[in-house]
Design a protein around this ligand. Sequence first.
Ligand code: PGA
Length: 249
Amino acid sequence: MRKKLAAGNWKMNGTSNAMTEVTDLAARFPESNVDILICPPATALSQLSGILEQSPIATGGQDCHVALSGAHTGDISAEMLKDVGAGYVILGHSERRDSYNEVSETVRAKARTAISAGLTAIVCLGESHVQREANNTLDIIGGQLAGSVPDGATGANLVVAYEPVWAIGTGLVPSLEQIAEVHAFIRTRLIRRFGEVTGIDIRILYGGSVKAANATGIFAVADVDGALVGGASLKADDFAGIINALQQA
Ligand code: PGA
């Protein structure tokens, strides 16, 4: 059975002041029947990993370089993330695909490196509003999935996150039917590529304006194995509401 995952993506938010939120969250979940993850900015990872040492809450990065080390000013490697306690890394988030022209080929190379460093790669996919309006959603998702996920992926080293670009940070959420359609499509493609056992083992998260108020409905959709949460992961209260909904799903 796939273990569900509530993953928080803090994006470019989180200085020392945010640590009280983490302490608060850890106190609420001394144990958990679902996986919980916070991906803070890389600058906060070490501190966060320290605070969460005795907690079931894991930490992760938001990106890594294709190489494990070398002359890449300003970049951070998968090995460095691992070194400060990270277990996961988000890759191919639409904000990185947009701002840094990250194409699926790059995301795949990064995922390969992250996995080789012992991290679980959370590979993000999502269509734009224009692409959905043009009825191209499944083509886009199929292409990004095939291009971004490396060979050798397993349920232990890979998580897929479906995040419609138009739903991120907008308060807009696809209908449950739309979420169900894309998640079923991703599941079918994973099974076709990796076989029945591995294809069923890989977790598929939904992301884009998930809040405590809409989480229960989203988590009831087949093949939704949890959420990748941006804004609502910054406050312990908000994120705890989502985690509780997942624990009860
Ligand atoms: P949001 O972001 O929850 O603020 O919409 C989700 C994400 O970008 O992962």
